[in-house]
Design a protein around this ligand. Structure first.
Ligand code: KIV
Ligand code: NA
Length: 277
């Protein structure tokens, strides 16, 4: 079995080995991604959009994250397990932030938490770290600020915005986060950030020069359908494979081909006779 991956281990991978991270919200997915050699599993608040059918991540609660984290932590063997802090679980106060981070660790069984923001939430991040909880940062196109941005729009395209994102990343690094997710920013900016911080950067829609990459499991496997975001690559069409399997099942039921003789159990002639008497 692979050795348990810790937050300090991830920190030490910068400039040595690229970091592969993916979302998982349940037990079978956790088993699949670990058998494929993933380094970090994220119980992301993307669960709201990907599994629960919400239009944004804003509806997701701490209880939702804990519910899915429990499933993941029961089935995880070695990967670093990171739980997302959802909208309004840390923005209101330092106390709320520490309390909710603690719940994700204690009740959800996660190893670390991730929260969106930089300079604006540095006080909460420091307090969570002081409580002994590893923190992963997240800057750029931070989806919990979708209404402020006016949609899911690439950030850091103006000098002012790019400078603020770089500043946010440097402040996070100095505060002691073990890695930073860079989401939805130009790759030139991601490269400058990656070269300016001592912790690894993990990109999603942030180009080729980050220390690692993260994707949503369902997006990269086309579940239920191919995902046409430019930053996503289709690594397999699992949605099509799943659909074909269910089509085969429906057809077999309708045509009375399933269950077949191999799928049934029998009783003895004697019991059958007794049953009919
Ligand atoms: O919620 C999520 O899946 C994320 C990743 C896309 C970084 O935050
Ligand atoms: Na997220």
């Amino acid at each position: 079995m692979k050795k348990k991956i810790t937050a300090p281990k991830i920190y030490s991978m910068k400039n040595k080995e690229k970091i592969a991270m993916i979302t998982s919200y349940d037990c079978p997915t956790t088993k699949i991604v670990e058998s494929a050699g993933i380094d970090i599993i994220l119980v992301g608040d993307s669960v709201g959009m990907v599994l629960l059918g919400y239009p944004t991540t804003l509806e997701v609660t701490v209880d939702d994250i804990i519910h899915h984290s429990k499933a993941v932590s029961r089935c995880s063997q070695y990967a670093l397990k990171v739980g997302d802090m959802p909208f309004m679980s840390y923005q209101t106060s330092v106390e709320e932030a520490v309390k909710n981070a603690g719940r994700i660790i204690q009740e959800g069984g996660m190893d670390a938490v991730k929260l969106e923001g930089g300079e604006n939430h540095i006080d909460k991040i420091k307090a969570i770290l002081n409580a002994g909880i590893p923190v992963m940062g997240h800057v750029g196109l931070t989806p919990q600020s979708v209404n402020l941005f006016g949609g899911f729009k690439i950030q850091g395209k103006t000098a002012e915005s790019a400078k603020q994102i770089l500043k946010d990343a440097i402040l996070l690094d100095q505060a002691g986060v073990f890695a930073i997710v860079l989401e939805g920013i130009p790759e030139e900016l991601a490269k400058v950030i990656t070269e300016s911080v001592s912790c690894p950067t993990i990109g999603i829609g942030a180009g080729r020069f980050c220390d690692g990459q993260v994707l949503v499991f369902h997006d990269m496997l086309s579940i239920p359908e191919p995902c046409y975001f430019k930053f996503v690559k289709q690594f397999e069409n699992a949605g099509e494979v799943m659909k074909n399997g269910v089509e085969n099942y429906v057809k077999a039921v309708k045509e009375n081909e399933f269950p077949g003789k191999d799928n049934v159990t029998h009783i003895s002639e004697e019991i059958l006779k007794a049953l009919k008497d």
